[in-house]
Design a protein. Sequence first.
Length: 358
Amino acid sequence: MSQLYDGERQRLRSGARASAGMPPPRRKSPRNGGSGRGRASGRTRGSYDRRRRRSRGRGRLLMLLGVVVLIVVLAVVGKVLRSGGKTQTQPVTTPTSGVTLTAGRTRAQIGKLLQQQGVKGSYVKATVSSALLDPIAYGAPKDTPTLEGFLWPGNYVLRRPWTISELVSDQLQAFKRNFAAVSTKYAQARGLTPYDVVIIASLIQGEALLPGDFGKVASVVYNRLHLGMYLGLDSTVAYATGNYGDLTAKDLASGSAWNTINHKGLPPTPIDNPGAAAIEAAATPPTTGYLYFINKVCGNGRLLFTASYARFLVWSGRWQRALRKAEKDGGSAEFCTAAKSGTTTQKPASGKPAGKSS
């Protein structure tokens, strides 16, 4: 009955439309064995299924990546915990080589030391001049022959294989940095140049073994220069002759301009390469009346200072007798403590002459 009723109702609607002059509703004919509505519905469902499959694939991929990241994070955390909470990295090491240059060495002495250590090249030739430092800028004469005095002592660590030119470059730059902090007003007020300060510092380094004597030696140099006296320093004779042992009468009579026993004033150039303490003493010496100094017998490097020439002569006689006795006994007039203990005495590393007097 329901179907008849529905059919009757449909006919009534059709009749109503016809009586109104309206065409009956057009029925959609099915294509490809199905209604148009059913066909459209089939296409939408297929696209939806494909999108679901793609979405599921992406979800699985993201889940896999998440698992991998989690594993990596857990591994890193575990490594940190095992190392005590500190990450450890392997440092990149660069092969290096070190060389120690003590204050008071000459260019020739440094060159010999480098040769003994197997360094190739000539240090003496490499220290004649450099574009990094011009001695004229410090008041040196235009004909200054070498860079003696400007080769800063110290401990140098260089990357292997290193060259002599690299060492010289580091020394000159170190000198410029350190000397820039030194005031030379005291010397300049007395007609001296910064280069003269370096020369005086080299004399101090060549004469005194103990830093406590540096200032006193500086005062002697300034006092003698002021009075027009010969400096009379054995260290300058040693530099002029190359004899850093016991000076002979021939050495003392050398006509070299560096021999301050026979030439007044400062030597033409520094006689070694001084350190910071000697340069500071040369730049700002204490005020004293000292004109003479000599090694103290058994003083282990200590010097005696006086303004009295008569007292100096007494000390000088005592020193000469000690030298003769030491030569006879095979000991040392200066380092008696070491000699008495039976140990071998050694000259200072800077190669200072065995007997010094002014």
